[in-house]
Design a protein around this ligand. Sequence first.
Ligand code: NAP
Length: 256
Amino acid sequence: MPQLDGKLGIVFGVANKRSLAWAIARALDSAGARLALAYQGERFEKGVRELASGLRNALVLPCDVTRDGDLDSLFERVRSSFGALDLAVHAVAYAKPEDLEGGYLATSREGFGLAHDVSVYSLTAIARRAAPLMEGREGSIVTLTYLGGERVVPNYNVMGVAKAALESSVRYLAADLGPAGVRVNAISAGPVRTLSSAGVSGFVGILDRVAQSAPLRRNVEPEEIAEAAVFLLSRAARGITGEVLHVDCGFHVLGV
Ligand code: NAP
C-alpha cells in the first residue's frame, strides 16, 4: 500500500465501526497519516472516541456539515493543532427515510434541499476550508459516491440525484483547485451494509443482485474501498484529479 508517513488528514463521516469512513481512517492510519475525525452529533461521540483511541494520536471533533459555524470551528481547531492539512475524506450523506422508498416523483422540496445540503454542498464547504491549509502540500480530497448517481437504482431516488451533483462537484472543484496542486476525486463504491445503506428500502436485494451478477461475482469489502482511497490520497495518484473511480467488483460495466 502507498505510504502516507507524516501526512495530516481529516475524515468526515465516522458514525460507527461499519462506516466506510472508519475503514478509510484505519487504512490511512496504517499508512502513516495522523488524522482528525469529525463526527456529527453527541450520540456518536462516545463510540467515535472509542474507535479513535486505536489510532495514532487522532483528534476527535464534532461537526454538523450543514452548519457553517461548526465547519469554521472545526477547521480552526485543525489549523491550530496540525498547522496544515494534506488529505480530506468526505464520507457523509443523508436523505429523509421517506425519500428512500417508493418513487422519486414524490420527493418534496424540503427533502430535496436537505439531501443536497448534507450530501453535496458539504463537499464544497469542506474543500473551500481545506484548500488554504493544503497550500504547497499537494493536497488530496476524496468523496464517496454510488452508481445510483449515474443510473436509476430503485428507492435510491433523491440520493441518486444528489450523487450526480456530487460527482459534478468533484469535476468543478478539481478544476478550481488543480492550479493550487490540490486534487479532488470520488470513489463510486459498490453496496456495503452500513447505517446509511440500511435506510435504503430493499438494500439487501441490491447486495444479492450484485453478488450474483458483478464480474467478480461478489460484493466489495470496505477494506477494498479504503485501500483505493489511500491510493487516490497518495502521491501514487498525483496525475489523477476530477475522476470517479468505481470500486464495485465491476458491477457498473454491466448493461443488463
Ligand atoms: P454511515 O456509516 O451511516 O456514514 C454516513 C455518515 O454521514 C454518518 O457518519 C452520518 O452521521 C454522516 N452525516 C449525516 N448527516 C450529517 C451531517 N449533517 N453532518 C455531519 N455528518 C453527517 O454510512 P456509509 O455507508 O459509510 O456512508 C458514507 C458515504 O459512503 C456516504 O456518502 C454514502 O452515500 C457513501 N456510499 C455508501 C455506500 C454503501 O453501500 N454503504 C455505497 C456507495 C457510497 P450520523 O450517523 O450522525 O447522521
